[in-house]
Design a protein around this ligand. Structure first.
Ligand code: ATP
Ligand code: MG
Length: 607
């Protein structure tokens, strides 16, 4: 555990929403938090889309920009809250005309485009269930998820439909309607143009009564460790979306917010759409792919004030702009509007936190959550010191515990009872006390897996952590991912972090290789920064560097250079795939594997 901390030296220009962690936590209750939401008029319940759109459309925010969409060609499309209220009402009416109602499943297979927001929020208005899919999935994962989700409506583009769905359409018996965004529906039998349906629909729609416990969203997990699971979320999750964006992302009125996550996974939905709109801020939507220069330009030109991104993306930026400088690329843009940076999805190595401070002028605030938790659970907050490498402390309203683990890495249960470890510094499975509003209500069609995720009144996260004496949580690894070597338990993250402190290393994926003597030995796959040679000398230097940092018991025994580590589409290093390939094992489910290398370097960086 590193003791180094980052204190915010200059006073923030905006007073953080969470100014005193202990005080806010002590006085917090979810019931009180719920009062910040309006609820449907006439006491008809709680609907996410009403809180995200309609409440603003009937207030003095009606004319404020809700979405600012930057096209691939840099064109700009702005949508106000009032306009969004009308288009989402139209889509809700389209669904109603098609006979799609309460609880029916609407699946999107779309990249970021203005229509996506209309479809997501219109579906929620109609009290149907929205399930987003990655547009980069191939035909099999798409069909698998359409079947698993009981999809009745699919909204996609002509191109995606032709390439990924058409051939399998006959096997999708439940799929009643395919709506095509943009041109091309005429040439595709069995599809209808979304625009044509929208043109005929009224822009007035009264949201039907909605129970906070009605299913709203279905999210498939990233598939980092195995077959993706469909996590069920309800409208009540909105309370947690609101609170977490207030405290962990520090959203304020007037903010311009950019979440770079793909809308096909939970971050892109909870924080790319729902939470910021609930706060009435302006959401930047980039239709393009990652590109360092483009990203700096968007931050500057759109005057982004709060930025939520992923460790992989930050490490890609670090590759083009190392801390050793010069910072020519970011310095050529005016990032003066930026006030707060946060990251999620994977462990954030300390180097990346400090890089933010040096190069962008702001440290990166890591936070932790999962598809199952529906919202941020553990975070570094704007007003608090950062301990680089730590994911921070639990949000107000969230009770986290470290549970004693058994041989299999998961929390040990004896007759259904678990043991909470109070002592600081001890490693165990992270658990969350059941009862926060965005907790998933189960894995769809998988009761056994759902039941296995709970013990007593704890949700078991499957992640291993340590908590220090002051309550900061330190990620160790996924329970099924830690490496047992010569009696030591080694977290791949710890080894990766140490390697990434070396100036030659851009990214590292660490696995255990079976060994007759040690049980396992540690092997690291390393992506080098431009300008470093993947030769014996670098390898020896890195091995020695890691031994000095970690000690011989934990340091990697082997290093291989790999310029393209396998990532999930949501940006995580797929260690299980590295391991399977290394050991010649079956690759398993690779439907969430990033194939198009959209996390690529800009041309000037690939020296
Ligand atoms: P699957 O459950 O299908 O294997 P997944 O767990 O990667 O996939 P997600 O729900 O998208 O699917 O990711 C949540 C996981 O990501 C967490 O359980 C944790 O392992 C990792 N994670 C998220 N944020 C952080 C963070 N800040 N630090 C370390 N790990 C993180
Ligand atoms: Mg998971």
């Amino acid at each position: 555990m590193r003791r180094e901390t980052i204190r915010k030296t200059s006073p923030p220009c905006v007073q953080p929403n969470l100014d005193d962690y202990e005080k806010v936590r002590a006085s917090f209750s979810w019931a009180k938090a719920r009062t910040a939401l309006l609820g449907l008029p006439g006491g008809r319940g709680l609907n996410i889309a009403y809180e995200a759109v309609d409440r603003h459309a009937t207030s003095d925010r009606a004319g404020a920009v809700a979405l600012r969409c930057v096209g691939r060609d840099d064109s700009l499309t702005c949508v106000t809250y009032e306009e969004l209220a009308r288009t989402t009402a139209r889509f809700a009416n389209v669904l109603r005309t098609l006979g799609i109602g309460h609880g029916d499943r609407v699946v999107t297979l779309l990249s970021r485009c203005p229509e996506l927001y209309t479809v997501v929020l219109g579906t929620l208005k109609n009290t149907s269930v929205l399930c987003p899919l990655f547009s980069a999935f191939g035909p099999d994962p798409v069909a698998q998820r359409l079947t698993l989700s009981d999809a009745q409506v699919l909204v996609t583009t002509a191109d995606l439909y032709r390439r990924k769905v058409a051939a399998q359409r006959e096997s999708l018996a439940a799929l009643r309607h395919v709506l095509i965004v943009g041109d091309g529906a005429d040439a595709l039998p069995g599809t209808v143009s979304l625009a044509a349906l929208m043109a005929e629909a009224s822009d007035r729609f009264t949201i039907p009564p909605t129970s906070p416990h009605d299913m709203a969203l279905l999210h498939f997990t990233s598939g980092t460790t195995g077959t993706p699971k469909g996590a069920v979320h309800v409208h009540e999750a909105a309370v947690a979306h609101y609170v977490t964006a207030l405290y962990a992302l520090d959203l304020h009125e007037g903010d311009v917010f950019w979440c770079t996550a793909d809308p096909g996974w939970v971050t892109g939905m909870s924080y790319g759409i729902v939470a910021p709109l609930m706060h009435g801020v302006t959401v930047v939507v980039d239709e393009g792919d990652y590109d360092a220069r483009r990203w700096y330009r968007i931050l500057a030109e759109q005057r982004v004030s709060v930025w939520y991104t992923a460790p992989t993306a930050l490490r890609m930026l670090m590759r083009t702009t190392p801390r050793s400088g010069p910072y020519d690329l970011p310095r050529s843009f005016d990032l003066g509007a930026l006030r707060f940076i946060a990251s999620v999805g994977e462990p954030l190595n300390p180097e990346a936190v400090v890089w933010g401070k040096d190069v962008l002028g702001l440290p990166v605030h890591d936070n932790w959550w999962q598809t199952e938790t529906g919202a941020i659970m553990i975070a570094n907050f704007a007003a608090c010191e950062i301990r680089p490498g730590s994911m921070g402390r639990p949000l107000p309203g969230v009770e986290a515990a470290v549970l004693q683990r058994g041989e299999d890495g998961r929390a040990m249960t004896t007759e259904g009872r678990v043991t909470v470890l109070e002592e600081p510094g001890v490693e165990g499975e992270l658990a969350l006390r059941v009862g926060w509003p965005s907790m998933f209500r189960g894995y769809l069609h998988d009761e056994a897996r759902t039941a296995a995720a709970f013990a007593e009144d704890w949700y078991l996260t499957g992640d291993l952590v340590r908590r220090d004496a002051e309550g900061w949580h330190w990620f160790v690894g996924r329970a099924d991912d830690v490496i047992k070597s010569a009696g030591h338990l080694i977290g791949p993250f710890e080894v990766g972090c140490a390697l990434m402190e070396h100036p030659a290393v851009a990214e590292a994926g660490v696995i255990g290789r079976p060994d007759p003597v040690a049980g396992n030995t540690v092997k690291a796959f390393v992506t080098l920064r431009p300008g470093f040679d993947a030769g014996m000398q670098t390898r020896q230097e890195l091995l020695a560097f890691a031994r000095r940092r970690l000690g011989p018991a934990v340091a990697p025994r082997e290093i291989a250079f790999e310029q393209h580590l396998p990532h999930t589409r949501s940006g995580k290093v797929m260690r299980r795939l590295l391991r399977a390939r290394e050991l010649g094992l079956p690759e398993g489910d690779i439907s969430t594997l990033e194939k198009d290398l959209s996390f690529r370097d800009p041309p000037e960086a690939s020296a």
